[in-house]
Design a protein around this ligand. Structure first.
Ligand SMILES: [Zn+2]
Length: 143
């Protein structure tokens, strides 16, 4: 596996995480996400975008936690794309979501695209820690 950390990953202290952010340390990708308070965007540590100051960063241990905190995914580092193997249905639905973030999604919409809603929910839960419908709702609120 790619992951250098054990399954239960306790976040290091804020300054260590901030240093990883400045270093664009890919070892933290998938384990730590940086929420930037003034912009309301969240990033992978390896994001190529200019880094915010320490005081403006809030670290979260999952993309789902960032979404629940009202943050929206960075368009440069695409933090919702899982690290490593990615299910085609996850990629396809994430693309739909980014094309139209204001849309209200239901399981019927998912089914209309030819996906089984329960499979979509389980796959999103496994890869991103959050179901697609909930993610779409939070994404819409974040704008
Ligand atoms: Zn980013």
């Amino acid at each position: 596996m790619l992951h250098p950390f054990p399954m239960l990953f306790d976040l290091p202290d804020h300054e260590t995480l901030y240093r990883a952010l400045l270093d664009r340390d890919t070892a933290y990708d998938g384990h730590v996400y940086a929420g930037v308070i003034p912009t309301g965007v969240f990033c992978r540590p390896s994001c190529p975008a200019p880094k915010p100051t320490l005081a403006h960063v809030r670290f979260h241990d999952s993309a789902a936690a960032c979404l629940r905190a009202g943050l929206r995914p960075c368009l440069r580092c695409r933090p919702l794309d899982p690290v490593g193997q990615r299910e085609p249905l996850v990629s396809a639905l994430l693309r739909q979501l980014e094309d139209d973030p204001c849309r209200t999604w239901t399981n019927d919409d998912v089914a209309a695209l030819g996906y089984e809603p329960s499979v979509v929910r389980r796959t999103f839960q496994r890869q991103l820690g959050i179901g697609f419908i909930e993610m779409a709702r939070l994404r819409k609120v974040a704008g």
